[in-house]
Design a binder for this molecule. Sequence first.
Ligand code: NDP
Length: 485
Amino acid sequence: MSFDFDLFVIGGGSGGVRAARVAAGDTGARVALAEMDRYGGTCVIRGCVPKKLMVFASTYAPMADEARAYGWQMERGAFSWTDFRAKLDTELDRLEGVYRRLLDNSGVTKFDARAVVRDAHTVELSTGETFTAKHILVATGGRPVRPDLPNAELGIVSDDIFHLDELPRRILIVGGGYIACEFACILNGLGVEVTQYYRGAQILRGFDDEARGLIAEQMTDDGVRLKLGTNIAEMRRATAAEIAGDVSAENAGMGLPPEARVQPSAGGDSGPGPVWVRSTKGEEEVFDLVFFATGRAPNTGDMGLEEAGVSLGRGGAVEVDAYSQTAVPSIYAIGDATDRVNLTPVAIREGMAFVETVFKGNPTPVDHELIPSAVFTQPEMGTVGLSEEAAREQEPIEVYSTSFKPMQTAFAGRPDRVMMKLIVSQASRKVLGCHIVAPDAGEMIQLAGVAVKMGATKEDFDRTVAVHPTMSEEIVTMKSPTRSS
Ligand code: NDP
């Protein structure tokens, strides 16, 4: 049977674009890709990239204060969201162009259209066109979800944050995961008064407890009103009187220098705007904006997948084997659509392994073990391997940890602390987990991750000479265990 294409990729995010261009570029396969929105997907357009640029933007305010401690005559100025957003929009346009050109240069046929699967080898586009392909790759990613709560549509989600006309004066962020904590820190740094509700006992569930505790403590010290064990009980559009009362009360107590204050946003009957909230603890408050960072779900609805024989699991995740193959042998799925490890570099790995398996005759399962990652809170967390709690469940361990004031901020009189921690197997001496809470912890964990992935023992860390004076030297100078169990 002859097909229009060897491969039809649905979704132009990090995973889909990489698979398409490597299959076409390296193997000469005839490849098509359909994207219904913007090329680059969540990571480039409404996730990692704009988020990280906002992280950078948000760190300049304390830098001015620190610079003064180092002898610079420098005053903290006002932040212009309008100026930043214009520059951000231009950068995202540029990056989308790069993604489009990468596909063109690899000979991939692009369709700016939504695609659905009609059968094991057929894809139908929103343009009405139908194409056949020997293989179909579902790389449709995920989307943010709001909680099931009356009036939840009055709140925004992470996709919306990059499009705000102006920053709110007061925001409520709901959730305690990556997105909630990262944006709490970003917006706090940009001068927004941030309240964060998290329903559990401590933010960043699943990460090392000591690391979570330190991040929560520093976020609070930096001004985030973190309310644990708290959720929204009820929400509705705020009345004019509630907004007016709230604005005057706040002007008295905001504590920010006037030039750093963000102006109150105008109310509106629909879309983002002031919201009255009653918390599960009974507190009633008015916020200019409510931001739900309450998780993401795979983008697999209304795509004809189940009708074609593909099995969908919990939350709509495409069920795949270790080679990313679905129940239909010609259909594969990678990235957040499969809800395995929802990180861009993992989707890219899965895309490369798919090409290796299907187009290069080299069956390659995806290795999901010991993936280093970072949470871009302030301070950042870099982590690889097991948390102390998870490791202790597995086997007897030794814990080496240290917490100290880093030289740069301590000199400026700031109370910030950093933490470095190794979890070591008593039996094999291997480092099972490494957790760092520090400025640039994401950069540090990438390198520590190589050692941990190689199976380095505590003694391998000990044999490595410290780089002095740095923060990360502490990772090779922790001599005695803090505790063992
Ligand atoms: P997460 O799943 O990490 O966090 C969701 C949060 O929302 C949890 O704290 C959860 O609470 C809470 N929640 C869920 N439902 C409700 C509800 N109905 N009411 C109140 N709270 C609720 O999702 P995120 O959206 O933060 O991030 C999605 C994924 O994106 C991450 O898992 C990660 O893979 C990826 N990501 C990675 C980043 C990075 O690498 N730096 C950055 C951003 C995203 P509970 O803990 O109780 O379940």
